[in-house]
Design a protein. Structure first.
Length: 548
């Protein structure tokens, strides 16, 4: 019992890390490859320099690309579970490193509190559940490891720091702020170590510069004078949003971002407390300045490239922001003895914040699962229609129901499926999928096959074929339509309307142009990879004969 009391924070840390890992894996269960992940899967096929080094937006993505290729080579493309496991390991490892960092500054219990706040940061769910964000998580993980290595103050520590920094910038451009941290560390210690340690920051910086000259300068950029001038405001919003998220006060939804409300007053209060503490205990540790440089560089670089959708309070920027806030707090409180009462109050606030933030985790997970349902249904439809689908067919939001597939190139996707397996619903699975997925699959199929109609006025009736007469005004009749050409003969009268379904139940999500009275419409249904027939729904006041 005495050992347990002495080591309670470490035991609880282990339990919290395991609980967080289990929660993240459960929240991601049922999801599939999403949005930017398709860029890694389809646009970077092969093992050439272009595949690894071309930028993603403005980011370097060498190690995310390498991880994705390794996972697909080992496990195929049928499931996203491998990448979710890697992502979860990255999140809990980064949190464990944060614990070590804070523990060295202000002790076990504050370190545990900081770790819990980060692990259950619900407003940053996108960075913790969506595997593509391994770029940000990897950069943060190796950035914290770099700071810990610099704590050693010796050559081994410098070597480890340089290696970690190289890994950090290889995951995303979030590694650049940690390069700034290393450079400031060299300057801060120049009296005791001189500038001969400059290689710690210089080698990773030169590697990044070489990448930029070769590939990165072609990346998109949104740097403008207006963004530069507004960067201080962006930085304050970023800090405020991170503080607000850590305390469970963020009001954003899965697909909406709300500017900070409580964050700015809380940030002002924190500045006042820090100023008061400085009056009573002047001076900060030299280790504060590298962290401050990294945090400042992170928010400023993001500010310079801001566009709509990249505001400081967007959920994918809260994870890194929260890490920097916690690192800064640890440095500002370094050496401060925190009373049991203060720890108790902080613990209660932490539990309250976590309980609120868990709701945002759940909402983010539900949103991702809804997107996964549409993704698997839409791609299942593409595979059914692969015989006739145009290789340049685009799964726009209007067609697919989700914005996550707009970057999917159909030809590349089908090639990847042949090589690595399919993450989509099979026709049998699609028939059992939730209705929203089946409905969307019908819409995609109609466009991808494609279904087509041609109408002739005053065409003579042709009796050949198996014909069914739909009497006008008899409710909602439907006629089974096989692959091939179906002849729809509308007798004189008002315009008739036609719509179709295949996997959907109880509705006909695919409309056609309809046809006027006294006309004949030829409906062409290309043959595809599913045996399930289409059903034609006729709405007309007069009789309509359907011949297949």
């Amino acid at each position: 019992m005495a050992w347990l009391r002495r080591n309670a924070p470490i035991v609880l840390l282990g339990a919290v890390l395991v609980a967080s890992a289990a929660m993240l894996l459960a929240l991601g269960a049922g999801t599939t490859f999403f949005q930017d992940t398709w860029g890694l899967l389809l646009d970077r096929q092969g093992f050439n320099a272009e595949a690894f080094f071309k930028p993603h937006n403005e980011h370097i993505a060498v190690f995310p690309t390498a991880l994705e290729k390794l996972e697909v080579a080992l496990f195929g493309m049928t499931s996203s579970v491998p990448e979710r496991i890697v992502m979860t390991l990255g999140v809990v490892t980064a949190a464990a490193l944060l614990f070590v960092y804070v523990r060295r500054r202000i002790g076990d219990w504050p370190a545990l509190i900081a770790t819990v706040l980060l692990l259950f940061l619900g407003p940053a769910w996108a960075d913790m559940i969506w595997p593509f964000q391994i770029g940000f998580v990897g950069s943060a993980l190796f950035g914290i490891a770099m700071l810990l290595a610099l704590d050693r103050g010796d050559r081994r520590g410098d070597l480890a720091a340089c290696a970690c920094l190289t890994l950090s910038i290889g995951f995303s451009s979030l590694g650049l702020p940690f390069v700034a941290a290393a450079a400031v560390d060299v300057l801060v210690r120049r009296r005791s170590h001189g500038l001969r340690r400059a290689w710690v920051a210089a080698i990773p910086a030169l590697l990044y510069a070489a990448w930029w000259l070769g590939y990165g300068r072609e990346a998109e950029t949104h740097v403008t004078l207006n963004n530069v001038l507004r960067s201080p405001q962006y930085m304050l919003e970023g800090m405020a949003s991170a503080v607000e998220a850590l305390l469970g006060l963020n009001k954003s939804g899965p697909d909406t971002a709300v500017p900070p409300e409580w964050g700015l007053p809380l940030l002002v209060a924190l500045f006042v407390l820090v100023g008061f503490a400085q009056v009573r205990r002047p001076g900060v540790s030299p280790r504060f300045w590298p962290v401050a440089a990294a945090a400042t560089a992170s928010w400023l670089l993001a500010a310079f490239n801001t566009i709509p959708g990249r505001e400081a309070y967007q959920n994918r920027y809260l994870y890194a922001g929260a890490i920097f806030v916690l690192l800064l707090a640890a440095e500002l409180l370094r050496g401060v003895r925190i009373s049991k009462r203060a720890l108790l109050v902080t613990g209660v606030v932490t539990l309250a914040a976590v309980s609120v933030n868990l709701v945002q985790f759940r909402e983010g997970s539900k949103w991702l699962k809804d997107q996964a349902l549409l993704t698997k249904a839409d791609l299942g439809a593409i595979e059914i229609a692969r015989r006739t689908v145009d290789p340049n067919f685009v799964l726009t939001l209007e067609v697919s129901g989700t914005a996550s597939l707009a970057i999917v190139d159909v030809a590349d996707y089908l090639e990847a499926v042949d090589a690595h397996g399919s993450p989509a619903y099979s026709p049998r699975e699609l028939a059992r999928a939730p209705e929203v997925g089946r409905r969307q699959a019908d819409i995609v199929l109609a466009q991808a096959l494609p279904l087509s109609t041609e109408t002739f006025l005053d065409a003579e009736p042709r009796p050949e074929g198996e014909c069914t007469t739909v009497s006008g005004g008899t409710g909602s009749p439907e006629v089974r339509v096989p692959a091939g050409t179906t002849r729809i003969e509308v007798t004189p009268g008002p315009e008739a309307a036609f719509s179709l379904r295949r996997f959907a139940e109880g509705e006909y999500p695919v409309p056609t142009e309809g046809a006027p009275g006294a006309s004949t419409t030829l409906l062409t249904v290309p043959r595809d990879a599913a045996v399930r027939p289409w059903y034609l729904h006729v709405e007309a006041r007069q009789d309509v004969r359907v011949c297949v």
